[in-house]
Design a protein around this ligand. Structure first.
Ligand code: DP6
Length: 320
């Protein structure tokens, strides 16, 4: 059987940075994210038989670097006695540049692989499997605004609002196209081992999550904006104070943050957030989107703008 799925990346407003259990890839902190709409990964999986080993193509080309992680995820999901898989992924946005391409990839992978294997699984089950491959991927199984809880035994997930409940917009300023210098997994381990702020970061995450959750429930944009920027800057402070220091920003990243601050001073409903890469994601209300677009387009060094609303969780497109 062959199955095709689609998943969109998600952007964390309250960030995941740090692991409680590296073996099971369990996060040290909960997180809260928005699932995007127009950026996507489409994943085709089959188990044809007569194939010696797993193969992976990304945007038409063999990807040996990513293949072991994909194989591990399939083993975890279906067991090691499974047949070798033929996996092909198509992605319409830059990969490994801090745009959460691994989140949409692993969310799409677990959906397509379980369907191709003829299984029907609960969404939470699929989300947990995606999360073991990449922590943030668990959130892309759900749409709209999503909270991931770092439960005592395993993660839990809740969709706090659907895309229609609160139609936020996201303008992504791409400031650099190359892959990021240091992967999240390695970066988190380094931060946990060396940043003097790490324990405090983990200890205060509950407070930020509570504020963000309440802000979402009340559709209070200003409150959400304040706590999201604060949480983002705290995560980057932990990164910067790791040894050796982890700095994902470039000068255009900072110029974009300044542009967002100018927009805020001009009365626009917008805030920034930045992940393990130099891109700036500006989250705004629809009425401010045109102003955000034109301000970020005017920042020297911005290479491209991607604009999207909030979208649905990972889903099966086709099974044959
Ligand atoms: C900065 O999910 O990529 O984007 O579990 O090691 O694969 P692994 O990490 P990953 O980390 C994402 C980190 C982040 C913040 C976030 O998305 O919450």
């Amino acid at each position: 059987m062959r199955a095709i799925s689609q998943a969109q990346p998600n952007i964390a407003l309250i960030k995941y940075w740090g692991k409680r259990d590296a073996g099971r890839n369990l996060p040290a902190v909960g997180s809260l994210s928005v699932t995007l709409e127009t950026l996507w990964t489409k994943m085709t999986v089959s188990f044809p038989g007569g194939v010696a080993a797993d193969t992976l193509r990304v945007n038409g080309r063999p990807d040996e670097a990513m293949l072991p992680r994909v194989s591990r995820c399939l083993d975890d999901l279906l067991g090691t006695a499974r047949r070798p898989a033929v996996v092909a992924s198509e992605c319409n946005f830059p990969i490994a540049a801090g745009l959460a391409s691994s989140a949409s990839a692993f969310a799409a992978l677990v959906v397509a692989a379980s369907a191709a294997a003829g299984e029907t699984r609960e969404v939470l089950d699929l989300a947990r499997a995606a999360g073991r491959a990449s922590g943030s991927a668990a959130r892309s199984l759900y749409g709209g605004i999503v909270e991931l809880e770092a439960g005592a035994d395993d993660i839990g997930l809740t969709a706090l609002a659907s895309p229609a409940d609160w139609p936020l917009r996201v303008v992504v300023a791409v400031t650099e196209r190359g892959p990021k210098p240091l992967g999240s997994t390695e970066g988190m381990a380094r931060s946990a081992a060396t940043s003097p702020f790490y324990a405090d970061w983990v200890g205060r995450q509950h407070d930020d999550l509570a504020v963000a959750r309440a802000a979402v429930a009340a559709r209070d944009f200003e409150r959400l904006a304040a706590v999201a920027e604060h949480n983002c800057l705290k995560m980057h402070s932990v990164m910067w104070t790791s040894r050796p220091s982890i700095v994902y920003w470039n000068r255009t990243t900072i110029a974009c943050m300044e542009a967002v601050r100018d927009l805020q001073r001009g009365g626009h409903a917008v805030f920034f957030t930045i992940d393990a890469g130099p891109q700036v994601k500006a989250v705004c209300l629809p009425e401010s989107e045109a102003a955000v677009r034109s301000a970020l387009a005017g920042v020297a060094g911005v290479q491209e703008l991607l604009e999207t609303g909030l979208g649905e969780g990972a889903r099966l497109l086709e099974r044959a």
